[in-house]
Structure formats: structure tokens, C-alpha cells
Write a protein that binds this ligand. Structure first.
Ligand code: PLP
Length: 378
């Protein structure tokens, strides 16, 4: 077979994506930041950079050199995990190289054969991936519907399910910016002796006392596992799983993405630890972001747009091409706004995902919303 023959099917697939206005390509960063998840402007902060520079000067290595179970277990990892457990109010914490891998890790390891995993319909792709690759039975329920979660578990039990149920939700949804009904979900979990796994990727650092997240009230419970993203508001990369100590011990022993992987860079552990200190010492960052959210919500409502009430503002356009064209027009005016299309979001809900961060000023935000109303009159 010729090389062309070997590669043909990929070209066919890409042309199919292009026909449906779903083709993606990598583009440069340009324009005012209304696209990143660097909500608190920490990715380039002096505090984090100084902590990393000091650690480097004092001998912290760039590479971890191996798995955490071998020589890769650096003191910086353990120091971060101890700090994070205290910060979030959990018994223990475990540091992973990213949120995607952490979701995959938890969901392929903790729910066991005979268990049930109940996924919110809008949960992140990595949770779907982990649930699918894991050993438990998986069901998806309508978005933010605690009664549907309750019903799914009850039906599974009535049908002979004997294991434990795992309820999986994001505390703040990445593409809609809306919050999960955590109180109701926790009640359902308690009623069914189920576990609650909460992905705080977009809430860590932004909400709760000291930025401990929307799930801070539930940390430390024996049936609660939380994923704290370190690559978004914390401005670094990685993810911290906070959980009862026995579950972290179990992950260390049984979680293949943890065991069979080179540990994250010790320098990244230092950066995340520094970001946690900034959470405590610079509450004004959170306040400034909330001021931006309030300003955006007021202005959006005045323009006839729906506000999510969080730093994630979806502008639902509907069709893929329309969303791309609108994003392109705003980009041409100097605003880095990205269109999000299926399968990242449900079919027919292509959108602009406007992200509010401290990397822009309030006048920039007002200018963006004015430009949006000119380019997309309602
Ligand atoms: C809700 C949610 N969970 C997990 C992830 C993955 O995190 P990371 O980017 O650190 O791999 C993301 C990031 O896109 C996310 O939005």
C-alpha cells in the first residue's frame, strides 16, 4: 500500500470535519485575553515566578526523573500535597500532571466493577473518558438534575446493583459557567451511601473562602473526592485530588496513570504551592474578578444577552459557521474570543466562550461587549 493510501482516511475525516464547519487548527495568541482560563492573572505573576526561580536556584530539578513510586517522588510533591490537604480541608491530596489525566485516573481506579457512575450530561470530556475506560456501569443524566441522579441510582439498585454509586459533577461548568446543585447532590449521595466526585477545575481559586472552591463545605467527608485544577485560576498546571487518606493510598497503589508515569515537574509543584499562598494572601484578586463579573452581567443584560453570573460567559450562537464568523470579527477588532463548537458543546449550541480574567481591564470588557452588540445585533 502506498503511503498516500495509508494516510488517506485521515484526510477524508478532516475534509468531513471541514464540511461541517468543525475543522480545528492551531492559531497564535493575539488580542486581549477573553479566552484563557487564567482567571486571576496568575500565569505570569511575579509571586509564582519568584518562588520557582528560588527553588531552581536552591537545587529543585526541572525533571522528576521517574514515577512517584520510584525516584520521581521529590520533596516538593509531598510538600505541595501536605499544604493542599490543609488548604482545602481534606484528609489527603495527590498531585497529578493535569486535570484530564486526574479525571481519567480517578474514574478508572476508584469506581470498581459492580459500581455505578452517574455522569452529568455536560461533564467534561475527561470524565467521560475515565468513566468509559473504567470498570463500573455508566449512565448519563440530564444536566444539573439531582432528581434524575436520585432516580438513576434508585433504578440501578432496584435492578440488582450491589456496589457503590459515584455521582460525578463539575461545580462550575466549563462551557456554560453555571453551578451544580451541590447541596442536592450531596444529599442524594448521602441517601444512597454514594460517593460524590466534584470537578472544581473552573472554581478552584475563584470561589469559596481563600479560593478553596464551591465544594469547600464537603471536603473532608468520607464520601467526597474533589479535583482541583491547577492550570486555570491557579495559573500553573496539574491537578490536585483531595480525598480521604485511604483513597489517596489506594490511588498510589492501584491507579495506573499515577503508577506508570513520570511524576510532574517538581518546579510545577513549587508553582502550585506558591499559587495557594497567593490565594490566601491576595484576596483582592478574587474581588477584582467578581467586580468584572458584576460589570459584565449588568452590561450583558442591558444588551439583551443572558449572563451566567460567573467568569465564564457563553454567548450561544447556534450554528458552527455563525459562531466562527462572529469570533473572527471580534478577533479582527483585537479581542481574543474563541468559538466553541460540537462535540465540545452539544449540537446546535456553538457559542463564543467569553472568559473574564484579570489580564484585561474593565474598559476592555465594556469595549468587547459593545463590539459584540455591533457585530451581533439582537
Ligand atoms: C471541567 C474540566 N475538568 C478537567 C479539565 C482538564 O484539566 P487540564 O487542562 O488541567 O488537563 C478541564 C480543562 O479543560 C476542565 O474544563
Amino acid at each position: 500500500m502506498s503511503a498516500k493510501g495509508l494516510l488517506d482516511r485521515y484526510g477524508v475525516s478532516l475534509r468531513g470535519l471541514a464540511r461541517r464547519n468543525r475543522l480545528r487548527s492551531l492559531g497564535p495568541r493575539a488580542g486581549l485575553d477573553f479566552a484563557s482560563n487564567d482567571y486571576l492573572g496568575l500565569a505570569g505573576s511575579e509571586g509564582t515566578a519568584a518562588a520557582v526561580a528560588t527553588a531552581l536556584a536552591n537545587g529543585t530539578t526541572v525533571g522528576a526523573t521517574g514515577s512517584r513510586l520510584l525516584r520521581g517522588n521529590a520533596p516538593e510533591h509531598a510538600a505541595l500535597e501536605a499544604k493542599a490537604a490543609g488548604f482545602f480541608g481534606a484528609e489527603a491530596a495527590l498531585f497529578f500532571g493535569g486535570g484530564y489525566i486526574a479525571n481519567l485516573a480517578v474514574l478508572t481506579t476508584l469506581p470498581r466493577k459492580g459500581d455505578l457512575v452517574v455522569l452529568d450530561a455536560l461533564i467534561h470530556a475527561s470524565a467521560h473518558e475515565g468513566a468509559r475506560a473504567g470498570h463500573a456501569h455508566v449512565v448519563t443524566v440530564p444536566h444539573n438534575d439531582a432528581d434524575a441522579v436520585d432516580g438513576a441510582i434508585a433504578r440501578w439498585r432496584a435492578g440488582g446493583g450491589t456496589g457503590h454509586a459515584w455521582i460525578v459533577a463539575e461545580s462550575l461548568y466549563s462551557m456554560d459557567g453555571d453551578r451544580a446543585p451541590l447541596n442536592e447532590l450531596a444529599r442524594v449521595a448521602d441517601r444512597h451511601e454514594a460517593f460524590l466526585f466534584i470537578d472544581e477545575a473552573h472554581a478552584t481559586g475563584v470561589y469559596g473562602p481563600d479560593g478553596r472552591g464551591l465544594a469547600h463545605r464537603y471536603e473532608g467527608r468520607e464520601n467526597v473526592v474533589v479535583l482541583h485544577g491547577c492550570g486555570k485560576a491557579l495559573g500553573a498546571s496539574g491537578a490536585l485530588i483531595t480525598a480521604p487518606g485511604i483513597l489517596c493510598d489506594y490511588l498510589v497503589n492501584r491507579c495506573r496513570p499515577f503508577v506508570y508515569a513520570t511524576a510532574p515537574s517538581p518546579l510545577m509543584a513549587v508553582a502550585v504551592a506558591a499559587a495557594l499562598d497567593i490565594m490566601t494572601h491576595e484576596p483582592e484578586r478574587r474581588q477584582r474578578l467578581q467586580d468584572m463579573v458584576a460589570l459584565a452581567s449588568g452590561k450583558a443584560q442591558a444588551l439583551g444577552l443572558k449572563a451566567s453570573g460567573s467568569q465564564i460567559m457563553p454567548i450561544i450562537v447556534g450554528d458552527n459557521r455563525g459562531a466562527m464568523v462572529l469570533a473572527g470579527r471580534l478577533q479582527a477588532r483585537g479581542f481574543d474570543v474563541r468559538a466553541i463548537r460540537p462535540p465540545t458543546v452539544p449540537e446546535g449550541t456553538a457559542r463564543l466562550r467569553i472568559s473574564l480574567t484579570l489580564n484585561v481591564e474593565k474598559p476592555d470588557l465594556l469595549a468587547l461587549l459593545d463590539a459584540l452588540s455591533e457585530e451581533w445585533p439582537r
